[in-house]
Design a protein around this ligand. Structure first.
Ligand SMILES: [Zn+2]
Length: 346
């Protein structure tokens, strides 16, 4: 059995010295039909009680790769408050957390850091060791003295640090602030993401992360659309895999999916009958019904924009539904292969 150790995690909120996550690291639960569930660059574990989060450790990613079913059933202990969570719930919390640092870690898969020296008030270019198609944030830690620091994007492999002096307020020591032109050592940490097309993770997962990115950018209507599309793409992937395992050609399963309009029929009819899994006991079905109605209103041009609460609900329902179905599907696969093994040995 694969039990994740409590090793050092790569990134912790508020930890400015974090090492970069390797953008190439993505592990998945593979079947012959393709990867159904990828875990890796976007995976963050978060505590719902104290809101502290860590990225998946290399050992945990390894466990996930070896045995996703056991991994999702394992327990995660929050390093800050010590509370134990099912790891599945910690991953869900990492995805849905409204903590700004969580957002950067969920959407971003590139983390770079370095040290540079700026002359306060004069712009300074930082060359990056790799291209970053979209910079999500850059954080600065000045050494010794303080100046106001900001960044401007300029091309894919560099950014500019802009700085200004800060006037000391009454009672403050002016010596704490860098003067115009004074040299200042600065640690920087950059978070960014690849182009979606460069990622080796399943399509539904990319769409899910796009839903999260839209949520963070206050594009609530688009986020709702993407949340429902991600769930539907995940359901399609499960159905395609079941068909594939039963020896049905992909073009046949594609036709079935094409003619089963809407997520409701796929979830309530197709999935239970062919894969024996459903959302029935999840408590999510009626929430999803409501989310799907919102999605239809947007898709059919009845509303132009939605509220943040609606978009958060849509995203959470989609994430929770995916995990509920994933666990059932992994258990069904395990039962299936155990049966096969028994038959073979008899
Ligand atoms: Zn905690």
């Amino acid at each position: 059995m694969c039990v994740p150790s409590r090793g050092q995690h790569t990134v912790t909120f508020g930890d400015d010295s974090g090492l970069g996550q390797d953008p190439a690291t993505s592990v998945g639960f593979h079947t012959e039909g393709g990867t159904v569930f990828g875990i890796g660059p976007f995976t963050l574990l978060d505590c719902a009680d104290c809101q502290s989060g860590t990225s998946l450790s290399p050992e945990e990613a390894d466990c996930a790769r070896k045995d996703m079913r056991t991994f999702l059933a394992s327990t995660w202990r929050c390093p800050s408050c010590g509370k134990d969570w099912p790891i599945q719930e910690a991953i869900i919390q990492g995805l849905i957390s409204s903590h700004p640092a969580a957002s950067i870690n969920v959407v971003g898969n590139i983390l770079l850091h370095g040290k540079t020296t700026v002359a306060t008030g004069i712009e300074s270019v930082v060359e990056l060791s790799q291209e970053v198609p979209l910079i999500l944030s850059v954080n600065f830690t000045p050494w010794g003295k303080y100046a106001r620091l900001g960044w401007v994007p300029t091309g894919e492999d560099k950014f500019i640090i802009i700085s200004s002096t800060v006037t000391a307020m009454a009672g403050q020591d002016p010596g704490r602030y860098a003067e115009l032109g004074e040299r200042l050592d600065v640690d920087w940490m950059l978070s960014g993401r690849s182009n979606w097309s460069d990622l080796d993770v399943p399509v539904w997962q990319i769409v899910l992360i796009q839903a999260r990115e839209q949520l963070d950018r206050k594009g609530y209507g688009l986020s709702i659309l993407s949340s429902v599309v991600a769930l539907e793409a995940f359901v399609d992937a499960i159905i395609t895999n079941v068909f594939h395992d039963a020896g049905v050609e992909k073009k046949v399963s594609d036709i079935v999916l094409e003619h089963t309009f809407g997520i409701s029929r796929k979830l309530d009819s197709l999935l239970p009958s062919i894969a024996g899994i459903s959302l029935k006991k999840s408590g999510l079905r009626s929430r999803l019904e409501h989310v799907d109605k919102l999605r239809n209103k947007i898709a059919h041009g009845e509303v132009a924009e939605s509220t943040e609460a609606e978009a958060r609900e849509a995203f959470e329902v989609s994430v929770r539904s995916i995990f509920h179905l994933l666990v059932q599907s992994l258990n069904a696969d395990a039962t299936h292969s155990a049966k096969e093994q028994r038959l073979r040995s008899e």
